[in-house]
Design a protein around this ligand. Structure first.
Ligand SMILES: Nc1nc2c(c(=O)[nH]1)N[C@H]1C(S)=C(S)[C@@H](COP(=O)(O)OP(=O)(O)OC[C@H]3O[C@@H](n4cnc5c(=O)[nH]c(N)nc54)[C@H](O)[C@@H]3O)O[C@H]1N2
Ligand SMILES: Nc1nc2c(c(=O)[nH]1)N[C@H]1C(S)=C(S)[C@@H](COP(=O)(O)OP(=O)(O)OC[C@H]3O[C@@H](n4cnc5c(=O)[nH]c(N)nc54)[C@H](O)[C@@H]3O)O[C@H]1N2
Ligand code: SF4
Ligand SMILES: [Mo]
Length: 715
């Protein structure tokens, strides 16, 4: 009997087989739904200009063909009905939420005209340039801000990894990451890469298979916990006390690196005296960690050489004493002689967009087209001088306060790229502050609640529709090409920035040359060129990149005022702040505010990452949303029993500032007495329940991870 050939045109099409018959072509791009160190390689199956399927790129050494659930849902992200298709201008009243389409030319002219007028009337500093979690456009946006004359470029880094960087800079002048394959002991201090950085976990598991020792610190049980030799389950907000208690054991038992401490540190005597206050009994009482585990962990970390500390971007600094907590943690690295040593915390400066791979680019020189002393002070500079001394941005968390006070100078306009007011503590306070501006522009993929507040909304396109430079830690580099045309009239952020530059900073010699030429300028020291990279659509793995030597401080000292590692920080002392990494109770806790704890007895930590959600981004994707359709709070069954709650019950989670309605997820992932909730749930915004001024006084970081709340069955 004649049978139809298996590879008939219709079957190749049904099977989505790339082929001339099916008209399907595989084109290479990257996924940019989550963090910049991931951005997995994507094989986009394209037919008639439409992505019909996605797979992970096998030859991309970072994800090696894999994709997570979010990445697999990329088509729902790219083709979502919430995508903005044309530039939009507010119709009628400012608060109407109604828009009408306008042309790009008109929109850009309005922006140019209004911002230049404000610069004449109120100074360039009255205009703020902001980037949310998206990062690829940042170097260009920052340069545009400075060339326009405004010191006020700021970003989501005001709540993300810069706080931990600040703390490490105070101690060492830089932050150093563990040299993973060579560590023999890893102290994982509050990070959960299994959820937050899935594509990097394979490497972590490979190292663990070699039998290295793992100590995990953090209040939650994570997928790492079952692999860890020791889990120190601290009460949220007490990392600093635990680190000081561990230091006390290490020093008292003589396990510290005496030679390094004598030769390369300042302030050791004061530090030693201070750690002496963190006896086992006291440390255990503060942190909730049993004394024997503290001793075991301190000995294991200090005696297994080399050892690395792997800390998360921010779980240690999202506290009202975050910077000092993080200083206490990272002080352990120098104390044990593991700083910038082989297999310890190895210092390699970032190459491009937060990725460390050994290459040196001119990103920083590109971004800062004008020195700080030629510009007015930044937003937050009066309150957070240490932040402004060490982090080259304004402090965005202070923005709503300065919009309201007009002090020390008025803020009139914000030009936002991917702005989400729900990132701020007191998100309603931020929202109302944005309404007080004379002019708000938001560039986003989707019509978000923040975009609805804007006077002008500009449509950006996704990574599938643009070209960008991407570095990977695996010394892989890609210049991506668009795999489909931008949807509607949406455009790459970079193109929008360069068109704005033509209006706002026409004399900037580099911006005037265009996007690709600017990237070439940044890449110059690497010898790479965009045109050469274009020949490798799935990227190019560099060979024989010379890595910097270990113990660089022996040649040039530390990049601190004393040239040494500082147990007592000169920068803090000069700012009138306690130079020791002094522990303080969180602003809200059963110990610091027992009166509040009477009514709100549960400790609240927010924002621990979930594998399926990325901040505000993936709730709108049906494949993802149905995995957890309702907002949920993690609660220990013991606490639920006291409140007569059953799994899945609707509850009211309340703080002194308000309440949200969520479902109870009864789980032993959280210890009794502590509850955890993801941020950004539509309809259950936890940041509305946090005071806008619940902040670390050194960094301005919000105390997102140590608060107080109560939970009751919802009526
Ligand atoms: N899927 C997904 N991935 C993401 C993101 C996302 O939203 N979704 N966001 C990205 C971003 S921007 C970031 S910054 C990273 C964050 O990445 P991670 O830092 O790895 O993630 P978290 O889950 O916030 O924190 C990890 C651990 O911190 C501990 N922790 C919680 N509260 C406290 C506390 O009060 N004190 C201390 N010391 N530890 C605490 C918990 O035990 C938790 O397991 O993830 C990135 N990756
Ligand atoms: N309670 C609590 N709050 C937190 C945290 C917490 O742990 N707890 N974590 C904090 C941290 S670490 C972070 S990083 C922030 C998250 O920072 P947010 O900036 O709030 O992060 P997102 O919601 O992912 O992204 C903001 C917007 O960028 C848009 N976007 C995505 N891609 C692009 C693009 O290519 N171009 C443009 N123009 N727009 C794009 C998205 O659609 C979204 O509207 O939240 C902080 N807030
Ligand atoms: S881990 Fe998932 S969301 Fe993140 S870049 Fe890779 S595929 Fe995309
Ligand atoms: Mo972050």
């Amino acid at each position: 009997m004649p049978t139809k050939p298996i590879l008939s045109p219709i079957n190749v099409l049904k099977g989505k087989i790339p082929d001339e018959k099916s008209g399907i072509e595989v084109r290479k791009t990257i996924c940019s739904i989550c963090n910049p160190i991931s951005h997995c390689g994507i094989d986009a199956y394209v037919k008639d200009g439409v992505v019909i399927k996605v797979e992970g790129t096998r030859e991309n050494p970072h994800n090696a063909g894999t994709l997570c659930s979010k990445g697999a849902a990329n088509r729902q992200y790219i083709y979502h009905p919430d995508r903005i298709m044309t530039p939009l201008i507010k119709k009628g009243d400012r608060n109407s939420g109604q828009f009408e389409p306008i042309s790009w030319e008109e929109a850009l002219d309005i922006i140019g005209e209004r911002l230049l007028r404000m610069r004449d009337e109120s100074g360039p500093e009255s205009v703020v340039f902001y980037a949310g979690f998206p990062k690829w456009m940042r170097p260009f946006l920052k340069r545009l801000a400075h060339s326009f004359g405004s010191p006020n470029y700021c970003s989501e880094s005001s709540t993300c990894s810069a706080g931990a960087l600040l703390a490490s800079k105070l101690n060492y002048g830089a932050a150093a990451r563990p040299e993973l394959p060579k560590c023999r002991c890893l102290l994982v201090w509050s990070t959960n890469p299994f959820y937050s950085n899935t594509s990097a976990v394979r490497k972590l598991l490979d190292v663990m298979e070699k039998g290295i020792k793992v100590i995990e610190v953090g209040p939650l049980i994570t997928p790492l916990t079952s692999h860890a030799d020791i889990h120190l389950r601290i009460r949220p907000g007490t990392s600093g006390a635990l680190a000081l208690g561990m230091a006390c054991v290490i020093i008292e038992e003589g396990l510290h690196d005496q030679e390094f401490v004598e030769k390369w540190t300042v302030g050791f005597d004061e530090y030693r005296a201070y750690t002496g206050e963190f006896t086992l009994a006291r440390t255990s009482e503060i942190t909730g960690v049993p004394s024997d585990l503290i001793v075991k962990a301190a000995r294991l970390y200090a005696t297994t050489k080399p050892a690395g500390v792997l800390n998360g971007p921010n779980a240690t600094v999202h506290h009202t004493n975050g910077v000092q907590n993080h200083r206490a943690i990272t002080a352990l690295i120098g104390l044990t002689g593991n700083f910038d040593r082989e297999g310890g915390n190895y210092l390699v400066p970032p190459s491009y967009l937060y990725v460390v791979n050994g290459l040196t680019t001119r990103q920083q020189a590109f971004e800062q087209s004008r020195p700080w002393d030629e510009m007015p002070p930044r937003v937050g500079e009066d309150l957070y001088p240490v932040w402004c001394r060490l982090i080259p941005e304004a402090q965005a968390i202070h923005l709503p306060f300065q919009i309201r006070s007009g002090k020390p100078y008025p803020i009139r306009a914000v030009m936002g790229f991917g702005m989400n007011h729900r990132m701020w503590p007191g998100s309603d306070h931020m929202r109302e502050s944005l309404k007080m501006l004379d002019f708000l522009v938001d560039v986003d993929l989707f019509m978000t609640d923040t975009a609805r507040l804007a006077d002008l909304v500009l449509p950006a396109c996704t990574s599938f529709e643009r070209s960008e430079l991407k570095f990977y830690p695996e010394q892989h580099v890609i210049w991506t090409g668009p795999v489909i045309e931008p949807l509607g009239e949406s455009r790459p952020d970079a193109d929008i920035i360069f068109d704005m530059a033509a209006r706002l900073a026409p004399e900037d010699p580099l911006l005037k040359k265009g996007y690709k030429e600017c990237v070439d300028w940044i890449l110059k020291p690497t010898g790479l060129k965009v045109d050469d990279l274009k020949r490798y659509p799935s990227g190019y793995t560099l060979k024989d990149i010379p890595m910097p030597p270990y113990r660089k401080y022996e040649g040039r000292g530390f990049d601190t005022p004393s040239g040494k590692m500082e147990f007592t920080s000169t920068v803090l002392e000069e700012a009138g702040i306690d130079p020791l990494p002094r522990f303080k109770e969180p602003g809200l806790s059963p110990w610091s505010t027992p009166e509040v704890a009477g009514e709100f007895p549960l400790i609240l930590t927010t924002g621990a990452r979930l594998p399926i959600y990325v901040h505000s981004r993936t709730f709108r994707l049906p494949w993802i949303r149905r995995l957890r359709p309702d907002p949920m709070v993690d609660m220990n069954p013991v606490d639920a029993q006291h409140r007569d709650l059953s799994p899945g019950d609707w509850v009211e989670l309340s703080t002194q500032r308000g309440k949200v309605r969520v479902r109870a997820n009864l789980t032993e992932i959280v210890p009794p007495g502590t509850v955890n909730i993801f941020h950004n749930y539509p309809g259950a915004d936890i940041n509305k329940l946090i005071e806008p001024d619940y902040l670390d006084p050194i960094s301005g970081y919000p105390g997102f991870k140590s608060l107080l709340c109560e939970i009751r069955k919802a009526s």
